[in-house]
Design a protein around this ligand. Sequence first.
Ligand SMILES: [Zn+2]
Length: 153
Amino acid sequence: MNIKDRLSRLMQGRYGADEYSRFLNGAGFAALLLALVFTVIAAGLSAKHPAGSTVFHVLYFVFYLFGLLLIVYCMFRMFSRNTGKRHAENTRFLYIRNTVEKKWNRLIERWKNRRVYHYLKCPKCGQALRVPKNKGKIRITCSKCGNQFIIHS
Ligand SMILES: [Zn+2]
């Protein structure tokens, strides 16, 4: 039996990799890499700044443990036989990632347009509104509830 057959037999009936496990794996290795950086800093500081060195030793330990936990959890999910539950976790992860990405993109857009638009909320209903800047005193009509108010743009 070659390695490929052995591996496919091992993974039979098990969940395998998905987007969530790829994320856990990446985050786990990133944490381990940071732990490595912290331990190098701790070693560099040990002679002259023992207190600073202790801080980086603690950081090293925390990130090392965190990274290991993430990787172990990733492995657990891949070898799990409870595929329904793992699939539900992945769906939830994708939903959260999508929400974060949308929020992030909106922030980027606001930053790019910061000289052109005001971003504000309707005082009555909370609807997000985008208003041109440098137009003097203007009357705004909320696109959702029709509430009118005046701002100096
Ligand atoms: Zn409104």
